[in-house]
Design a protein around this ligand. Structure first.
Ligand SMILES: Cc1cc2nc3c(=O)[nH]c(=O)nc-3n(C[C@H](O)[C@H](O)[C@H](O)COP(=O)(O)O)c2cc1C
Length: 426
């Protein structure tokens, strides 16, 4: 698994030779085109959920602009006939500097959801970060990944017992790191979803990790905190949504489940406990005691927070603004990278997500000190277009594009990528 399973040049050849036989790639290479094609496959609500950001979506723009502020300065005549894009992360050799971001509610995009992503990642040796809001429970995804690396992303809920249970399950199903997402103590003001009054969790979607958790299910039998409820108007939409919710709940017998009231109670309980806005740095010691696995903090944008992560014994950082879905008007994630790399001073790996759209973005991130990058929306669009094959295509394209960018800039491997190969945009 240490070597890139294919070369960029082979991929180019296959594509261009295919063209000679009239075969056109199904999954577009350009991100904007990818989004356009994916949009046609998705419901209005699903597309809005994936593509949207918070407020005016200016953080999404900032994510892209940050990359434009640096340019690559290619070097010549350096024998780049052999190119190795593999990296080492937490003692593990990985075939490329790519991981997939944890993305919730993938059932909105494709019926195979997380399973399709897990299979695609495993076929390329790319680590998949299982989302806390996945549509398929982590054990099932791990089951199709074999030895291929997978991590678990945690949302810290109000119940420490639930946190403990999720971490134990992640360890049991072979996750090799825990990612704690810090930027979602509350849902951001996501204007597109608000416009269509659409939150998939209320329909029982994206809560598979909870419905498969013994602690969560046990808590269902305990008295629940009252949630804001509005007496539902019974119409066709209410009935359709109720059916979806009941069908998502584990077990057989639709009417039995409906009468038990449990499916609706599970959704209510999820809403009540899924996040804990009161979290502070002090809480991290609890997590540190729960596992020996590396813990990464996702959502760090300020160098002081990076220093605090170090003080708290954390093992890695993912610089991220959640793809612009949480704070509108925030710094572009790539713009925050340098100061965090400097603050951490090589003590722990720094990864980056939010706005990675090409091999060049990846090259720039690595040149400024990221050890790896996580791909988000692009693979979700690949999933929408062609399921597992679509995710595979997107991931392969990233690997090939990056390999060529690296080679054409005069680097044979990741170690040769450095800040000296970048300049501030002119
Ligand atoms: C539809 C969607 C769902 C997401 N769900 C999660 C999640 O469950 N957990 C999490 O930590 N981040 C989640 N994220 C954020 C991603 O992990 C990542 O930070 C973001 O997608 C990066 O931005 P980009 O996709 O624009 O590159 C989600 C992002 C999107 C677009």
């Amino acid at each position: 698994m240490t070597k890139n399973p294919f070369s960029a040049i082979d991929l180019q050849r296959i594509i261009y030779l295919g063209g000679m036989m009239g075969v056109q790639p199904v999954v577009p290479f350009d991100f904007k085109e990818l989004e356009i094609v994916a949009r046609k496959r998705l419901s209005k609500e699903a597309f809005a959920y994936v593509a949207g950001g918070a407020g005016l979506e200016s953080t999404m723009d900032a994510n892209r602009r940050a990359f434009d502020q640096w340019q690559i300065m290619p070097r010549m005549l350096r024998d780049v006939s052999n190119r190795d894009i593999s990296i080492e992360l937490f003692g593990q050799r990985l075939p490329s500097p790519f991981l997939t971001c944890p993305i919730g509610v993938l059932e909105l995009v494709h019926p195979e959801a997380d399973i399709a992503v897990a299979k695609a990642c495993a076929s390329l040796g790319i680590p998949m970060i299982f989302s806390n809001q996945a549509s398929v429970k982590m054990e099932d995804c791990a089951g199709v990944m074999g030895d291929s690396p997978h991590w678990f992303q945690l949302y810290w809920s109000k119940s420490n017992e639930l946190v403990q249970s999720l971490i134990q399950r992640a360890e049991k199903c072979g996750c090799s790191a825990i990612v704690v997402t810090l930027d979602t103590t509350m849902l951001g003001w996501q204007t597109r979803d608000l416009d269509s009054a659409y939150l998939p969790f209320l329909r029982g979607m994206g809560i598979a990790q909870y419905l498969s958790d013994p602690v969560f299910m046990r808590l269902l039998d305990e008295p629940q905190e009252a949630a804001l409820t509005i007496k539902p108007k019974i119409n066709l939409t209410t009935i359709r949504n109720l059916i979806t919710t009941v069908n998502k709940y584990p077990g057989r017998g639709f009417f039995k489940k409906l009468r038990s009231g449990k499916p609706m109670a599970a959704v209510r309980q999820f809403i009540n406990i899924y996040s804990r806005p009161s979290l502070t740095w002090e809480d991290l010691s609890f997590l540190r005691e729960q596992t020996k696995l590396p813990i990464l903090l996702k959502g760090i944008l300020h160098p002081d927070d990076a220093r605090k992560a170090l003080d708290k014994g954390m093992d890695g950082i993912i610089v991220s603004n959640h793809g612009g879905r949480q704070v509108d008007g925030a710094i572009g994630a790539f713009g925050a990278l340098s100061s965090i790399v400097e603050a951490v001073n090589d003590a722990i790996p720094v990864l980056l997500d939010s706005g990675i759209r090409s091999g060049a973005d990846t090259f720039k991130a690595l040149a400024l000190g990221a050890k790896a990058v996580c791909i988000g929306r692009p693979y979700v669009y690949g999933l929408a277009i062609a399921g597992q094959a679509g995710v595979e295509a997107v991931l392969k394209n990233f690997m090939a594009d990056f390999e060529l960018t690296m080679g054409l800039t005069g680097c044979k491997n990741i170690n040769e990528i450095s800040k000296e190969l970048l300049t501030k945009a002119v």
